[in-house]
Write a new protein. Structure first.
Length: 138
């Protein structure tokens, strides 16, 4: 129950009412480090016996992103993925199995300049290749 106390405190700190669905979703995300999609999150929670709609999952995740509890990861123009790690970091995407790995990056060291940007809200770098797990299966 300590975990639910922790996620309750996180929600309340952001001014979000801690409903059962919100607690379940934030708890799920704290244990999912593989950047799940709305569909996968919904299916996993339904398998666990929880009754919630896909729209509730989507709307709650959107609320969490808007309040800085999650990060939206847009790897391409298909499905959105969600990340519990909200600090700036890069991602490595395996082209064989589709796994997504967090990669630490010091964005300030890159010294990128954006003369036309008034404000930068999120910094993303994506690397693509084949992960070690896939190459050892060859």
């Amino acid at each position: 129950m300590k975990e639910f106390d922790r996620v309750t405190a996180l929600l309340e700190a952001k001014g979000i009412k801690p409903s059962l669905q919100r607690l379940l979703l934030l708890h799920y995300m704290h244990n999912a480090h593989d950047h799940p999609t709305v569909e996968r999150i919904h299916a996993d929670l339904v398998k666990q016996g929880h009754s919630l709609s896909k729209a509730t999952v989507y709307n709650t995740l959107t609320l969490f992103v808007q309040n800085g509890l999650l990060r939206l990861v847009g790897l391409d123009h298909s499905e959105a993925r969600y990340d519990i790690l909200t600090c700036d970091h890069a991602h490595f995407v395996c082209e064989r199995c589709g796994a997504i790995y967090d990669v630490p990056v010091d964005f300030d060291q890159l010294n990128l300049q954006f003369p036309e940007a008034e404000q930068v809200r999120q910094r993303d770098i994506f690397y693509r290749g084949v992960c070690k797990r896939c190459t050892t299966q060859d």
